[in-house]
Design a protein around this ligand. Structure first.
Ligand code: ADP
Ligand code: MG
Length: 246
């Protein structure tokens, strides 16, 4: 041991679906308090990588270590490890028959076994943080996409995660709603949350991320300081991708 505990450490990660090898040996780590953005073309394996970080997908080989706990060890308590990770998807996946407040309370109650009063207090705190405290009693269908995504972020934060994973959190939103969600994410980053974010928002990646990882074809092509990878990429494939998206 080097004595440094990474928030996440990924070593020689491979993932195949049948004959299709989607991740072809991924190595990287995220340090506590870091924000790392993952960019790359559709189909390059970004979502699969994120899903391997909390073992929603079982890697074919390689190691995933979360706060020093090796998730790829068959004896590990996966549920306990997963509780340390919050995940926000492109689709918000709120329960339609529950109010906003109930949506943010349910996993606290069921998974963390928090009492009702505590779960409600934590839910209100986090809804306040994402700027929709006044929508506590609304149902998801009564909210805009941006508001629903902010509820989904509050729901993840209410579990006190050590790490937040975001998989294209703004891709399903109308353009005018993207900014509110990015502003919440920026605030989280400034507060020191450890974040791994798959995104097409290059301005966000450049301004907020500590590091940017460019993936293509199941490998990491380039990994470096955000301003460097986006402003002065070294690899041809990164340059070609950025020419297309910027
Ligand atoms: P990205 O998020 O970068 O667009 P994905 O990780 O979603 O890429 O997908 C990478 C490749 O893996 C794609 O070719 C996709 O079709 C394939 N893939 C992803 N999930 C599965 C699955 N559950 N079964 C089979 N193929 C999959
Ligand atoms: Mg994806």
């Amino acid at each position: 041991m080097s004595g440094v505990e990474h928030a996440v450490e990924i070593r020689d990660l491979h993932k195949s679906f049948g004959e299709l090898e989607v991740l072809k040996g991924i190595d990287f780590s995220v340090e506590p308090g870091q924000v790392v953005c993952v960019i790359g073309p559709s189909g390059s394996g970004k979502s699969t990588l994120l899903r391997c970080v909390n073992l929603l997908e079982q890697p074919t080989s390689g190691r995933v270590v979360l706060e020093g706990v090796e998730l790829t060890d068959p004896d590990v308590d996966l549920d306990a490890a997963r509780r340390r990770v919050g995940m926000v998807f492109q689709q918000f996946n709120l329960f339609p028959h529950m109010t906003v407040l109930e949506n943010v309370m349910i996993a606290q109650r069921r998974v963390l076994k928090r009492g009702k009063a505590e779960a409600e207090r934590v839910a209100r705190e986090n809804l306040e943080k994402v700027g929709i405290a006044e929508k506590c009693d609304a149902y998801p269908a009564q909210l805009s996409g941006g508001q629903q995504q902010r509820v989904a972020i509050a729901r993840a934060l209410a579990m006190n995660p050590a790490l937040m994973l975001f998989d294209e959190p703004t891709s399903a939103l109308d353009p005018e709603l993207v900014g509110d969600v990015l502003a919440v994410m920026r605030k989280l980053a400034e507060e020191g949350m450890t974040m791994l974010v798959v995104t097409h928002e290059m301005a966000f990646a450049r301004d907020v991320a500590d590091r940017v990882v460019f993936m293509d074809g199941g490998v990491i092509v380039e990994d470096g300081q955000a301003a460097q990878v986006i402003g002065d990429p070294q690899q041809e494939r990164t340059k070609a991708f950025l020419r297309r998206v910027l």
